[in-house]
Design a binder for this molecule. Structure first.
Ligand code: SF4
Length: 479
């Protein structure tokens, strides 16, 4: 166990997250009043005096000057000192240095907005955050591309919609999303669609006059619903919102075992411009192990069907670090995905999320999962190059394999604007359906309004959800 002793408690979370990145799985807590100096626990002490931050642990001492600094800079200094100590103790460096947040690109974008040159930014990333050269260059490339992409969105009056459909054919091992097995919930889907239509109508009324830039229908797996239910939702959407100016309409058709010709035809009819078919891996044994009731062959069939229906912008999600997989399995997945030739690719590193079966059954998987290194990941980087793609968005997660990141790559013109908008938090995202989180901009941190994950609670609480959304929009000056 690691015990942290701070004379300014407001930095506890930052020190704890950074320590957790160096020592994954280790328990970290504040120093109790009864702590014994000769305890076996590792003690990290952080003392802030007027002009100095002093960090010490196991005989090592690191100092940072903080005189006259603003809180943000003091926090950076504390994290640098903690980083140096932990790096010496563990003999490791972290690819993303002291950045423990999930949106490293936001920091780089803010430097671009300040007008700093790429060289100055790279230097700051090495010097102030200890980010590796490779990550700094990748981050900068993505931030520049994001800037270009954002020019097509209306950042002063526009907004985007997220619609959460909380059903899937089966629940994957690592899932912590809003996902309920559709067969078991077949008596609920009809009422869910009715409740969603109510929320769609009320939200469209509230946002009248504001341009809708992008729509993202996710979940869950929206295509787990029947073609009739999908049609019903799209009818409501196109009647209540003005979809003619929408720049992008994405539907997660993630599970190939949920895709049919009829459902694809519904999506095409209503102008869906981008779909995502997600193999995660093209190795059948792994697919079985992670609870996905489909094979690599069904991914190929779903792709073929989608191309036949006329979809020209298809994304593929892949996960590195699944149990039983290493470089050989990644190479097979890359070889098979190359044949599918998607327009974009999202490469995730497996993350251990609190509400997932993976975490509950961690003892069973801890020796076979999370085998991700920078070099193993380069298999997918090479794949993106072969498919003529560039990285255009990136985010990190807590407890992510190899301390790495998730990266979206795309061919020219096939990037997902919604993905960039949600990362950069430059435009309100209004979430409908189960499990969605609206982000309303306030000038500082966005105000977040969560819809319940459970479809039954969503159905019961629709009126309340609509009321809270209205109040939130009023409070943030949108109404
Ligand atoms: S397909 Fe996605 S949302 Fe559905 S269970 Fe698997 S990870 Fe969760």
């Amino acid at each position: 166990m690691v015990v942290v002793d701070l004379n300014d408690q407001s930095f506890f979370y930052d020190v704890m997250s950074l320590t957790g990145e160096f020592l994954p799985g280790e328990k970290i807590k504040e120093k109790p009043l009864t702590f014994e100096e000769n305890s076996k626990d590792t003690l990290i002490s952080v003392i802030l005096s007027g002009n100095e931050a002093v960090v010490s642990s196991k005989g090592l001492v690191e100092k940072e000057n903080i005189e006259g600094f603003e809180r943000r800079e003091v926090k950076s200094g504390v994290k640098r000192a903690v980083y140096r100590i932990l790096s010496k103790q563990t003999g490791r460096n972290l690819p993303w240095g002291t950045l423990s947040g999930i949106r490293p690109i936001k920091l780089i974008s803010s430097y671009l907005e300040e007008g700093l040159s790429p060289e100055t930014i790279e230097n700051k990333l090495y010097r102030e955050y200890y980010i590796s050269e490779e990550k700094a260059k990748k981050g900068l490339e993505i931030a520049c591309l994001e800037k270009e992409l954002l020019e097509s969105a209306d950042l002063s009056r526009g907004y985007s919609l997220y619609i959460g459909i909380p059903f899937c054919p089966s629940v994957c091992l690592y899932c912590s999303f809003s996902s309920y097995p559709v067969k078991r919930y077949q008596n609920v889907t009809g009422s869910f669609v009715e409740a969603l239509k109510k929320e769609i109508a009320a939200t469209a009324e509230l946002l009248k006059g504001h341009p809708l830039d992008t729509v993202y229908i996710g979940g869950g797996t929206p295509t787990a619903l029947s073609e009739y239910e999908l049609s019903d939702i799209f009818d409501a959407l196109s009647n209540d919102f003005t979809l003619s100016g929408v720049k992008e309409l994405t539907v997660e058709a993630g599970r190939p075992d949920s895709i049919t010709k009829e459902k694809l035809s519904v999506l095409k009819k209503y102008g869906v411009s981008r779909i995502s078919i997600n193999p995660q891996t093209m190795n059948d044994e792994t697919l079985k192990r992670i609870g996905r009731a489909h094979t690599a062959d069904s991914v190929r069939e779903a792709f073929e069907l989608s191309r036949e229906t006329g979809f020209t912008n298809i994304n593929c999600d892949i996960i590195a670090g699944l149990p039983g997989e290493g470089e050989i399995e990644y190479q097979n997945t890359a070889k098979e995905v190359r044949k599918l030739s998607p327009e974009s690719l999202t490469v995730h590193c497996l993350a251990r999320k609190r509400a997932s079966r993976l975490t509950e059954e961690w003892d069973e998987y801890k020796d076979s999962a999370f085998k991700v290194t920078e070099s193993a990941l380069s298999v997918f980087y090479d794949l993106s190059k072969e498919l003529l793609m560039r990285p255009y968005y990136l985010y990190r997660q807590k407890n992510i394999a190899g301390n790495l990141e998730n990266t979206g790559y795309s061919k020219e013109g096939a990037s997902c604007l919604y993905n960039v908008l949600i990362m950069e938090e430059k435009q309100p995202i209004i979430a409908l359906g189960a499990g969605g989180v609206s982000k309303l901009l306030t000038g500082k941190k966005p105000m977040r309004l969560s819809n319940p994950k459970d479809p039954l609670l969503y159905i019961e609480g629709t009126e309340d959800i609509i009321r809270k959304k209205k109040e939130g929009l009023v409070r943030t000056g949108w109404l």
